[in-house]
Design a protein around this ligand. Structure first.
Ligand SMILES: [Mg+2]
Length: 287
């Protein structure tokens, strides 16, 4: 069992080549070959909900993962024979943060706030309450007011404000405090008995930072923005675990380090024996 690997990957602009930089043509095929190895447990870690993850898998011809962490960490699916089954233990883990209440229950707390508009039904779940707001508001007071209402109910929640620049809209997610990508990965490690040395996470952007800088063996793909790279470096150095962040450079098997090429490069950095697996796949040898 000690050779087993838990490979946890963000999707957009980490595994999916949907950014401005080019993808090395062979990179995804090599990753696909790796995913077929029995030693590898593959996990997607994404803000996307189930249907959008499935759409990405189809559109980009990705390997089907063993687990999918979705909706910004509020869901974990155990995937077997193409069936996506919500993992009950995870819901039990995060439910106590909300004292047994659901996102629908919490809507009532904020019903009178005119700045907020509920997002579509498919973007909500029992442990994710999501709103739109105008992009140009100063969210400080709004978030403070919401936090006070949650506190009076004893609800432990994260309030995550971000801007969708394409749609020019503010986005607000309310999640159980423990429903994060990082905590979901650690939960999988603990329950499926993967050690620190067996686990690798790769990401590209701001919402990956907690996992990238947590001390997990982490990989930042080369196509990441400079400011994410700078912040990640500063945070791991401050935390004293700079050796647990690998910045993909390009060069592995002639690839450019973007997207899945960066993932593979980081994997080989932490677990050098996987290079032989990639070389087998790249020459088309079958073991
Ligand atoms: Mg991403």
């Amino acid at each position: 069992m000690k050779h087993n690997i838990l490979l946890c990957l963000d999707l957009d602009r980490t595994l999916l080549p949907n950014g401005a930089q080019p993808e090395s043509p062979e990179a995804r095929r090599l990753l696909q070959g790796l995913a077929n190895r029995p030693e590898l447990t593959l996990v997607y870690v994404s803000g996307r909900h189930q249907a959008l993850q499935q759409q990405a898998i189809e559109e980009y011809d990705l390997p089907l993962p063993d687990y999918a962490i979705g909706d910004v960490g509020t869901t974990i699916y155990d995937i077997e024979d193409g069936n996506w089954r919500p993992w009950d233990s995870w819901y039990e883990e995060i439910a106590s943060d909300w004292c047994g209440k659901t996102g629908k229950d919490l809507q009532e707390l904020f019903a009178d706030i005119e700045l907020l508009r509920l997002q579509e039904a498919e973007k909500q779940n029992d442990f994710k309450l999501s709103y739109y707001a105008l992009a140009d508001i100063e969210p400080g007071n709004l978030l403070k007011q919401m936090r006070e209402r949650l506190d009076t109910q004893g609800i432990r929640a994260s309030l995550i404000w971000s801007i969708d620049e394409v749609a020019d809209t503010g986005l607000l997610d309310i999640l159980p405090e423990r429903a994060t990508k990082l905590h979901a990965i650690k939960f999988l490690m603990k329950h499926k008995e993967f050690t620190h040395e067996q686990t690798v996470f790769a990401g590209d952007s701001g919402n990956d930072l907690p996992a990238l800088t947590s001390g997990l063996q982490a990989v930042l793909v080369k196509n990441a923005h400079d400011d994410v790279r700078d912040t990640a470096l500063r945070q791991v150095q401050a935390a004293g675990h700079g050796d647990c962040l690998y910045l993909a450079q390009g060069g592995l098997l002639g690839m450019n380090g973007n997207y899945s090429a960066g993932v593979l490069e980081g994997l080989v950095h932490y677990l050098p024996h996987t290079l032989a697996w990639l070389q087998d796949a790249s020459t088309g040898e079958v073991q």
